[in-house]
Write a protein that binds this ligand. Structure first.
Ligand code: PLP
Length: 409
């Protein structure tokens, strides 16, 4: 199948791409700070409900320099794991601005989060709640003050809204959960809802608001609703995009109708960060198989794993000035023989030659964060463009990284 005719322009001119690759080498993750700030601003303004807090879901991107931009814009951090909290603290987030909503922590990990000062925990099961409460009463109850006392929430499991999911607690378990929490002098303050990642349909979110809000009201000490992440990003720029304005309006109206001052938490990941990043890569070799152009580039799906390994689509554009008639069906292939090493299949690109530069768009979310040393290629560098300047925000790895932690004689 031929992908849609690209209606994209490159995010910066060829001269800038050449300059960046000249300084930092190829392949290269390039983030645009202004685009990121605009997006953060757009999302922030779209929810008029006055008691709203935004937490960036750093599972999508853990680069500390980028986390600092979210912090400067007044957002907090959503942590899926203790590693997210660790990076968030390094970026300068106060632990009170970090909401943990992960799964299956052991005793030491809960102790670590409490020692780091995290105060909001959305727990995934009654067993996790029980473990948390045991640790709290054993080691923390006497030390913590009214301000630092944990706020506890449950991740919500409602199969009729989101289908079967391993995550979360069902309403029929709330009674037991409240009993466990109250027994150690804590309260069950919140619910956390997660629609599922990458949903571009606004209705998929707005149509569940009433159900979520009435489920929250089953908690007598209800103080906050965390409406999660999962908001889509339009990787196909000409297809449906999540409508933040519409979502914000409907959610605000529904909460205001309840007439109770609760805190609303929104924790977007990809919707906030996907669009600010481009991976630049150089063409290494070109061959033709019939009418199809097979282009080999100097990066691999291990450097940017999302498209071919986990499904999904990222637009790939060249810096040539082209007419529609100059475009050819093209596969963009990585620099390994791994059978899934395609950065893009059935793209529409002009005739390319060795040394040309390609831009892989919208790679800010689950890009570097999901890269790996599979195929034993070191990872690229990351660069941030801000105020007409560029700066390195993560070094390119060299082969020594492949020996990290190995023990041999
Ligand atoms: C609880 C929670 N919130 C937010 C996110 C971020 O999701 P997205 O990038 O779809 O917004 C995730 C992703 O795993 C998550 O588990």
């Amino acid at each position: 199948m031929v992908q849609n005719m690209p209606n994209f322009v490159t995010p910066f001119p060829l001269e800038s791409a050449q300059e960046l690759l000249g300084i930092y080498s190829s392949p290269l993750y390039v983030y645009n700070g202004s685009i990121l700030r605009e997006k953060i601003n757009h999302i922030t303004k779209s929810i008029p409900y006055p008691h709203t807090e935004f937490q960036f879901a750093s599972v999508t991107n853990g680069n500390v320099s980028l986390l600092q931009i979210f912090q400067e814009c007044g957002w907090g951090l959503h942590a899926n794991t203790p590693g997210d909290v660790f990076l968030g603290l390094k970026a300068g987030f106060s632990p009170h601005k970090i909401v943990y909503s992960g799964s299956n922590l052991n005793c030491q990990e809960f102790v670590q989060l409490l020692n780091w000062g995290v105060t909001t925990f959305n727990l995934d099961s009654v067993a996790q709640l029980e473990l948390f409460c045991d640790i709290y009463i054993d080691k923390f109850a006497e030390k913590l003050t009214a301000e630092t006392k944990p706020k506890l929430g449950l991740r919500l499991n409602l199969p009729k809204l989101t289908g079967e999911s391993r995550i979360g607690v069902r309403p029929e378990e709330f009674f037991q959960a409240i009993k466990i929490t109250n027994a150690v002098g804590l309260k069950l303050n919140g619910l956390h809802f997660y629609r599922g990642t990458g949903t571009n349909s606004t209705k998929a979110f707005t149509q569940v608001i009433e159900t979520i809000l009435s489920t929250c009201q089953l908690l007598q000490d209800w103080e906050y609703l965390d409406f999660g992440g999962g908001f889509g990003y339009p990787y196909h720029h000409n297809r449906m995009a999540f409508d933040w304005q519409n979502f914000g309006r409907e959610l605000t109206a529904a909460i205001e109708k309840i007439g109770r001052k609760i805190k609303l938490i929104i924790e977007p990941g990809r919707a906030a960060i996907a669009g600010c990043c481009t991976v630049l890569t150089k063409v290494i070799s070109v061959k033709w198989q019939g009418d199809k152009q097979i282009v080999g580039v100097d990066t691999t799906v291990a450097n940017l794993s999302v498209p071919s390994v986990h499904g999904g689509y990222r637009e790939i554009v060249s810096f040539h000035e082209i007419n529609k008639s100059d475009l050819y069906l093209t596969d963009v292939c990585g620099n390994t023989t791994y059978s899934r090493d395609y950065l893009g299949k059935n793209c529409q690109l002009p005739i390319l030659k060795s040394g040309d530069i390609l831009a892989i768009l919208d790679t800010g979310a689950y890009g570097y964060a999901m890269s790996s040393h599979f195929l034993h290629r070191p990872r690229p560098a990351e660069v941030l463009l801000e105020k007409n300047q560029h700066r390195l925000i993560r070094q390119r790895e060299d082969y020594n990284v492949l020996l990290n932690s190995q023990i041999f004689s």
